[in-house]
Structures are given as C-alpha cells and as structure tokens.
Design a protein around this ligand. Structure first.
Ligand SMILES: [Zn+2]
Length: 612
C-alpha cells in the first residue's frame, strides 16, 4: 500500500533506507539511532462494537543525525489514514509517507518524510481485528459477564499492532495518553492511574519516566480499585477485588524487602491489575501496574511468587532493559534472581529454595529437547519471532548464573553489586557486553571469577557442571513418603500431607512414576482430589501425568479447565499431552474448537501451530 505526494521524488528520498546502516535491533525497522521518538502522545477512542482503537499517535522527535529526513516506525496490521507533521508545534501539514512491504515477522515499516526542522509527526490510524497485541473480550467472556473488556500485551513486538511506533526496547520514551471509552468503563495504563478517576469515559494519563515500547499498556473494563497500602492496590472486576487484595496483601512487604536489597522503588506507585482468565501469561510487568492472571488467586498465597517476579521487574527489565530480545536474559534471569531474593526475605529460605528447585527441574526438562543453540544465554533470535526467546533458558539459567556469582562473591557483596548495577544503568537499555564490562570493573577486578567460566555461562549450550544448588529438607521428606507408599509400606492417608505447600505437592506429582496403574491413580485421586484441584499448577501437573494413562475421571474437569483458562503455561503442555495420546486427540480437537474464541490471539497462534 502506497500513499505518496510526488511519488517519484519521494521514492528517491527513501532509497537511502535500503543502503543505510543495518538496523541495530533485528526485530525492528525503526531508525531510532538517527531520529528517535522521545515523547509519545496517544489520543485513542475505544470502540467495543467494532473492536477497534481509532485516533492518533503523536511522536515528538529528537534528531540525532540532522542529515536524515525520514522517520521510520514499526507497524503491523494497522490502517493508516493520514500523517501530519509540524515544524513549530502549532501548525500541522500533511506529510508524505510510505507503508512498506509486509514482513511476516516485523510487520510493515512506516516511513515518514521530515523537513529539516520538523519537531513532531502525527499518525492517524485504526487498529484491525488482526492486532496481535490486543484482546477484545465480550461481556460473556469476562468474570462478571456484564461489560466487555480490552487489554493489551505489547511484549515482545506487539505494541506495533496497536500503535505505530519505534518498537524496540533500545529506545525509551515518555508518554501521555487520552483514552475515550464507553462512559461506564474505566481505562488504566502503565502510567499514573488514579483511583479517583471521574468515571466518565474520558481518561488522561501521564508517564513521565522513560520506558521501552513493550511496556506501554492499556486495559479497559468494568474495573474497580481497592488499596492495599498507601502505595499499592488492586484493580479488578468486582468479583475478584476482595479475594485479590487478600491474596496480594504481602505486596508492601515485598516492596520493602526489594527496596532494602536493590535500592528505592523507582516508579512511584505499584498496583496490580487482575485480568480475565484468558490472559495468556502469568503476569506482565507494565510499570506502575503489573497485569496478572487470576490463576494465582488460590486463597493461600501459594503462587504469590509471581507478584514478587513482576515487582522485581521494576528494577530488572523496566529500569535496566535488554536493548534487544537476544539479551532477554538480562531482563528475565535477573528478575528470577531478584524474585527469589524477595521470596527469601518475606517467606524464608526453605520456600525460596523449593521454588528455585522447581525452576531448575523445569529447566532440566527443557534441556532434554531444546536445540543447543537456543540453550545459550546469549542467544540469536534474528529472523525469528522474539516471543520464542521466552523460556527457561533466559529465566532459570540466567538466575543460576547470578546465583553462582552470589555464591562466589558472597551474598552481601553481590547484592551491593546489583544495587549499584541498577543505579548505574537506570533508565537505560543495555546489551550483555555492558553487563560484562561493568561486572569485570566493579566486582571482578581481581579476576577471581575466571573469564572462561563467565564466557561458558553466556555462550555455551546446556548447564555448566559446577552447579551448587540448595538442598530442600521438605522435598527430601516428600520423596521418602512417596517411596513408602509406592513400596506398599504406608497407605496414602498416612502420608504427612496436611501441611504440604503447593511446592511439596508439585514435587510429589513430578516424582511419581509415569506408569502408575489405574488403581493407583484412583487411590491418589480419592485421597487428595487432585482431579478437582482448584490450584492451576497442581491441576496441570496432575493432568499431564494422567492424560497419557487414559485416566477417564480427568476428562470433565480438564474440559472445564481448558474452556476457562487461557494461560499458555498450562494450556500448551496440556494440549501437547492430549495430542500425543491417539485415543484423546480428536476429543482435544473438539475442545480446542470450542475454547479457541476465548483464547488470546497469541495463545491461538501457539496452539494452531500444534496442529491438533
Ligand atoms: Zn518476567
């Protein structure tokens, strides 16, 4: 699609795009090293009937290379209606622009012609139903079933499907937004939400701290707010509000622990938004307002480490950001490490150790089938969807590297180093090399941690041999109890399960032999109601065990689960197990057909690839 003024001259102007320096972020067309957006103004109307955002994105520019008279933005499946520019901030004129050929991965480059003194451009546009970064839910798909719901998910490169912008984590912008919604709904963003919004369908936001594009976030629904402390609170549909605030009531304690360990919380407030159960992830660390799945609301705070994780991102990721998705371990590995330190401080070492060991087990499982090149911390996702980069390698292997460094240098010294690292690189986007340089200068100046060892961690596949993991007494007791049952020495009712946490249950299920008899499965189910578990982690672990064994009593609860939960961590492995069982595959196909409209576009994409 081409809309140009003076097409031939224009084409000449744009030719240097092809000959210019290669884009430094392999997942973006943006020329942010020449001309960058420093401030974004959004003005969008939310139309639930058409499932469409309509309005404009204004880019206030900084010219880094004055010889370049074009701005290149990322876009995907957007309908661009017109583009204007201003040289004085007052008068706006039509701008020439070119929407380039679509790339299956990156979308379309939107190239806008600038004059020498152009200060800002406005792109007027509409989103389309293919927007991968938006999920529109009908009222029937929400918890309350009264009002529709919209939420965005911009990470990794989905912001461009609802905003034309320089969609790279290497560039940081501040933003303001005006969002118009139906009058009885509330809009919230990764910005200065106020619990005292006048509910009138016209909302203004300001985010004065620079963030990368993947952290721009919007949700609209029948949302209500309840405070947990002066600086923390929950937004949710009414149905969830009391349960969520009870579940998340330790958030301020986590915040206090993190402040003490890693420096003062840099984003002012910290609120949580409970999304409908179709949210495809556990959580998304949108600054000031983490988006979280309701599947962590269990009534016993057993899955609350996810809140610690999203809060930890306030330092690792949101404050110090990976400059490209190849370095995602700088976000997720550091965050898993910080999360576990917060869990230690608030809930004690034994729980934090169990959570670490469960992470390591998941990592080891992944390593049994992961391509070696993708099991390196410094991976290469050029030419591939960066969503594929989010798995246990950056999260857990990254965490283990930091754990190894903490063990080597001592906990106190390593915490101090991290505190300095976050302060030194605050509000910057960096690559692994910057971390390594800083580490060598600040912590490892005597080279006591060998360069070869560090390089092995970063660039070799798999896990280094010299891994020192904590032992868990609680897990050891679970293993002994299980062996006694399997050896016929103790009945299930005699096992000491009443005090078991979700972690001990997960350890118990993970350890079970994969070839249990129908009678053993029934015995377990009768004793512990595992098929009826309302804890999504336990239910999924159990279902994964019993699906290959054709255990019929799982069928009804599994169907119910797949129809009501859209979190990929659960549904992707469950459908994979179902696909692998020839007797259940066509049943799974039917369930998927029924459930698919309620899943997020990203989950649909993943599951379509499974080809049930
Ligand atoms: Zn994370």
């Amino acid at each position: 699609m081409v809309r140009v003024l003076g097409w031939l001259i224009f084409l000449g102007l744009f030719m240097p795009v092809l000959a210019g320096t290669a884009a430094p972020d392999p997942h973006s067309f943006a020329n942010f090293q020449q001309v960058r957006t420093r401030h974004l103004v959004l003005d969008l109307a939310v139309d639930f009937t058409r499932q469409q955002l309509t309005g404009f994105a204004e880019h206030q520019l900084e010219r880094l290379d004055p010889s370049i008279n074009r701005l290149v933005l990322d876009s995907r499946h957007l309908k661009i209606t017109t583009v204007t520019f201003t040289n004085d901030g007052v008068h706006w004129q039509k701008a020439a622009y070119l929407l380039g050929i679509e790339d299956a991965l990156k979308g379309q480059p939107l190239t806008i012609q600038l004059q020498n003194n152009t200060k800002a451009v406005r792109v007027y546009y509409q989103t389309t139903p293919q927007a991968s970064g938006l999920q529109w839910l009908t009222a029937a798909q929400t918890s309350e079933k009264k009002q529709p719901f919209l939420f965005s998910q911009s990470q990794a490169i989905h912001a461009r499907s609802w905003i034309p912008l320089q969609d790279t984590p290497a560039n940081r912008i501040t933003y303001q937004a005006r969002i118009k919604t139906p009058a009885d709904l509330l809009a919230v963003m990764s910005a200065d939400n106020s619990a005292n919004f006048n509910r009138n369908g016209d909302y203004q936001f300001d985010m004065p701290q620079p963030l990368p594009s993947y952290l721009i976030a919007l949700a609209v629904g029948d949302l209500h707010f309840k405070a947990m402390s002066a600086d923390t609170g929950v937004y949710a549909e009414k149905l969830w509000l009391d349960r969520a605030t009870a579940e998340f009531s330790d958030t301020q304690k986590m915040m206090d622990a993190a402040n003490q360990l890693f420096g003062k919380y840099p984003w002012k407030r910290y609120d949580l938004l409970v999304l409908p159960s179709s949210f495809p992830f556990g959580g998304m660390e949108n600054p000031r307002l983490s988006f979280v799945t309701p599947t962590i609301i269990t009534g016993d705070k057993s899955l609350i480490s996810l809140v610690a994780h999203e809060l930890a991102h306030s330092w690792s990721g949101n404050l110090v950001t990976n400059a490209s998705w190849n370095d995602v371990w700088l976000n997720e590995g550091f965050t898993n490490y910080v999360e576990n330190r917060i869990m230690q401080k608030v809930y004690g070492q034994p729980r934090a150790d169990m959570e670490l060991l469960l992470n390591v087990r998941a990592l080891r499982n992944l390593l049994t089938h992961q391509a070696p090149a993708d099991s390196r911390l410094q991976a290469d996702y050029r030419g591939r969807d960066p969503d594929e980069a989010f798995h246990q390698i950056p999260y857990v292997k990254g965490q283990l590297l930091l754990l190894a460094l903490a063990q080597h240098f001592g906990q106190a010294q390593f915490d101090q180093f991290l505190r300095d690292y976050f302060a030194h690189f605050a509000f910057q986007s960096i690559e692994t090399e910057s971390f390594v340089r800083y580490f060598q200068q600040q912590l490892n100046s005597k080279q006591s941690f060998s360069e070869q060892a560090l390089s092995r961690w970063l660039t070799a596949p798999g896990l280094p041999d010299e891994l020192a993991l904590p032992a868990s007494d609680a897990f050891a007791r679970v293993s002994v109890a299980q062996q006694q049952w399997l050896a016929g020495k103790a009945g299930l009712r005699l096992l000491p399960t009443t005090q078991w946490s979700v972690h001990e249950w997960l350890h118990f299920i993970d350890l079970l032999p994969r070839e249990l008899t129908e009678q053993q499965l029934s015995e377990l189910d009768l004793a512990f109601s595992l098929s009826q578990s309302s804890n999504a982690e336990i239910f999924t672990a159990w279902a994964q065990l019993v699906i290959p064994l054709n255990y019929q009593p799982i069928i009804q609860p599994l169907r119910q689960f797949l129809l009501s939960v859209g979190r990929q961590k659960f549904i992707v492995p469950l459908y994979s197990e179902l696909k692998a069982n020839p007797q259940w595959r066509s049943w799974a196909r039917q369930v998927y057909r029924e459930a698919r409209p309620g899943y997020h576009p990203l989950a649909q994409q993943q599951l379509d690839k499974l080809t049930l």
